[in-house]
Design a protein around this ligand. Structure first.
Ligand SMILES: NC(=O)c1ccc[n+]([C@@H]2O[C@H](COP(=O)([O-])OP(=O)(O)OC[C@H]3O[C@@H](n4cnc5c(N)ncnc54)[C@H](O)[C@@H]3O)[C@@H](O)[C@H]2O)c1
Length: 272
């Protein structure tokens, strides 16, 4: 009974940015649950992915497509190829994004007053326009098919301001380092794109939800880790596999009455 409720077997799922840290986790969890996974990414070298999944997953359920989410023609082309093999996708995870982690170069993380216009444009292009285009192309086809689930990946920094005190340790040697506004603004934009599309496509049975994540452990600097973990109620960063359950829930029928929502998984960060 429970297995049926969360069943994603044979669902065709497109994951943008599927070669990244979380994208691989989602792919892996979905493949293990019997879904067919199409990875849309700039970088589609298969080797690391094959290494991760080993021999247990048949290649017939996993495909890679070179896609730049800011280029509509690459999305259309990849979708056509997915449809030729597997039919119209059941789910789209808009996961590709640009971010600048705590160890990123200072020039991309300077003060707001001098934050480069070109960096702002680059982040908006991928994190907002990229999601818009993927929703337009893939969501449009799902609406025609009369079913679908779209998951837009957001961040706590799209809900609340980054805590700039966590980056104080980088503001040494007169190097100003701040978490930039662009990332926060780009992720906030997805919250209302989600709400907009959830009502727009409600009659077509395409559900659209946001998943908001807290920070994921990825060998960050010990000073950053100390500050972050002290700030978050669960006292640790997320493990990279801890968001897989929510993804499966949102794709499966277990979430059939859920649309236009934002599910927050952040160890309690935004509860404070
Ligand atoms: N890792 C975290 O701590 C964290 C926290 C909160 C939210 N998130 C969100 O989760 C998602 C995944 O994060 P991640 O840490 O796995 O990121 P990542 O940097 O490891 O992976 C991002 C992937 O997106 C791809 N990509 C970038 N630009 C693209 C483009 N134009 N077209 C196609 N693909 C493109 C990259 O090649 C990469 O494979 C992002 O939306 C991120 O904002 C991450």
């Amino acid at each position: 009974m429970t297995n049926d409720l969360f069943n994603v077997k044979d669902k065709v799922v497109v994951i943008t940015g599927g070669m990244g840290q979380l994208g691989r986790q989602f792919s892996s969890a979905l493949l293990e649950s019997g879904a067919k996974v199409a990875v849309f990414d700039l970088n589609t070298h298969k080797d690391p992915m094959q290494e991760q999944f080993g021999e247990c997953i048949g290649p017939e359920n996993l495909s890679f497509f070179p896609v730049d989410v800011t280029k509509k023609e690459t999305i259309i082309d990849a979708l056509k190829r997915v449809e030729d093999s597997w039919g119209i996708p059941h789910a789209l995870i808009n996961n590709a994004a640009l971010d600048f982690p705590p160890g990123a170069p200072v020039n991309e993380n300077g003060p707001f007053e001098s934050y480069p216009e070109s960096s702002w444009d680059k982040i908006m292009e991928v994190n907002v326009k990229g999601v818009f285009l993927c929703c337009q192309v893939l969501g449009g086809r799902m609406a025609e098919a009369g079913r679908g689930s779209i998951i837009n990946i957001c961040s706590i920094y799209g809900l609340v301001s980054p805590d700039q005190r966590l980056y104080e340790y980088r503001r040494i040697n007169e190097q100003p380092f701040y978490k930039p506004a662009a990332y926060s603004v780009s992720k906030s934009a997805l919250l209302n794109l989600t709400r907009y599309l959830s009502t727009y496509w409600a009659s077509k049975n395409v559900r659209v939800n946001t998943l908001t994540f807290g920070g994921v452990y990825n060998h960050q600097d010990s000073k950053f880790l100390e500050g972050y973990c002290n700030r978050v109620p669960l006292r640790r960063m997320a493990d990279e596999s801890e968001y897989n359950g929510a993804v499966i829930f949102l794709i499966s029928d277990a979430s059939s009455y859920m649309t236009g929502s934002n599910m927050i998984i952040d160890g309690g960060w935004t509860a404070l």
